[in-house]
Design a protein around this ligand. Structure first.
Ligand SMILES: Nc1ncnc2c1ncn2[C@@H]1O[C@H](COP(=O)(O)OP(=O)(O)OP(=O)(O)O)[C@@H](O)[C@H]1O
Ligand SMILES: [Mg+2]
Length: 317
């Protein structure tokens, strides 16, 4: 039934009942009106309005649901749909809206895939240049300082050694930056080694206690999936270090049924009512890229859990 006829029918039911009541009930209206008659009329009007409101509410409920979903829908949490069914304008509207969501989710997923791939390529390029240009020059400086220090006398020699130390520190920093930008170990030695070196780095440089629980015999994952798992672990660890005030973080990688699950669990103060920023949204986008789901949960006084569930039999989009 179209919306027009639906509302018309609702009003017809209410007005028809009122008219029937006037026709067959023992009611008379005098001129001028008596107090008792006025009270009965006003009460009747009240009943009519309440009935009308109730029926309209039921009749318009699908539109209410539609408005709510329109206001709250989040393309990074795909799959939110309204129940379809029936005929008429409202059902058609809901079907069209569902189809539009489907299309938008698809477009969002493919555009964020493009952005993420471009971002990874750019990171690789910067890492390459840092490694080949800056890294090589600094190594050359280090060697030159070493030669100069060997030939020099005190106090110049001491100063040269000091410059050597500073350069060595900076070179380490550049190498760390390169590793962060392009996890070469991921390509060379695989996910478990990459996560191990990532967590070791967090433990030594951030001072977090990191517990690792990696299943043995994990299934072989493609390169993109491994990169997503690695980047999500990296952001979750960074968040734990920056915001959680945690003492310990546990990073685990499990193979459960037809899925691989990465979990980063800290024992910090939890996210509270904090809004999702670029970091968590970025994790969601990466999850979409491989058809995985990301959950960030933070029960009161129980730290934060970031869980990425990667289905092994991926649905083709
Ligand atoms: N492990 C955590 N413990 C406590 N609070 C957290 C944790 N992870 C995230 N939060 C809260 O959630 C907010 C959003 O995190 P998100 O990673 O999206 O953004 P960010 O870390 O603030 O910035 P960005 O990651 O873009 O540099 C944070 O500002 C923080 O308040
Ligand atoms: Mg963050």
């Amino acid at each position: 039934m179209s919306l027009f006829w639906r509302i018309f029918a609702l009003n017809a039911v209410v007005l028809g009942s009122a008219t029937a009541l006037l026709l067959w009930a023992p009611v008379t209206v005098s001129v001028p009106v008596l107090l008792t008659e006025a009270v009965i009329l006003v009460a009747g009007l009240g009943v009519m309005l309440v009935a009308n409101a109730a029926l309209l509410r039921i009749g318009l409920a699908p539109l209410d649901r539609l408005t709510r979903l329109m206001a709250t829908v989040d393309l990074l949490r795909p799959g939110q749909r309204l129940p379809e069914g029936g005929r008429g304008e409202t059902a058609e509207l809901i079907r069209t809206f569902n189809a539009m969501l489907e299309r938008l989710e698809h477009e969002r997923a493919s555009s964020s895939a493009r952005v993420l791939l471009a971002q990874e390529a750019e990171r690789r390029r910067i890492a390459q240049e840092l490694h080949d240009e800056v890294g090589q020059s600094m190594t050359a400086i280090l060697l030159a300082l070493e030669r100069a220090a060997a030939d020099a006398h005190e106090p110049l020699r001491g100063e040269l050694r000091q410059a050597q130390e500073i350069t060595r520190g900076s070179l380490d920093e550049v190498r760390r930056l390169v590793r962060r930008l392009r996890p070469g170990v991921l390509e060379d030695l695989g996910l478990v080694s990459a996560l191990t070196s990532l967590t070791t780095e967090f433990a030594t440089h951030v001072g977090l206690r990191v517990v690792r629980r990696f299943d043995t015999g994990l299934p072989l994952l493609d390169q993109q999936t491994e990169l997503v798992l690695y980047r999500v672990a990296q952001e979750a660890l960074t968040n734990a270090a920056r915001h959680a005030e945690a003492g310990q973080v546990e990073v685990s990688l499990h193979h459960a049924g037809e899925a691989v699950v990465l979990a980063v669990v800290d024992d910090g103060r939890g996210t509270g009512v904090a809004r999702e920023g670029a970091g968590i949204r970025g994790m969601r986008e990466r999850a979409l890229l491989i058809g995985a789901t990301l959950d960030v949960t933070s029960p009161p006084q129980a730290g934060t859990t970031v869980r990425l569930t990667v289905p092994l039999l991926r649905k083709q989009p």
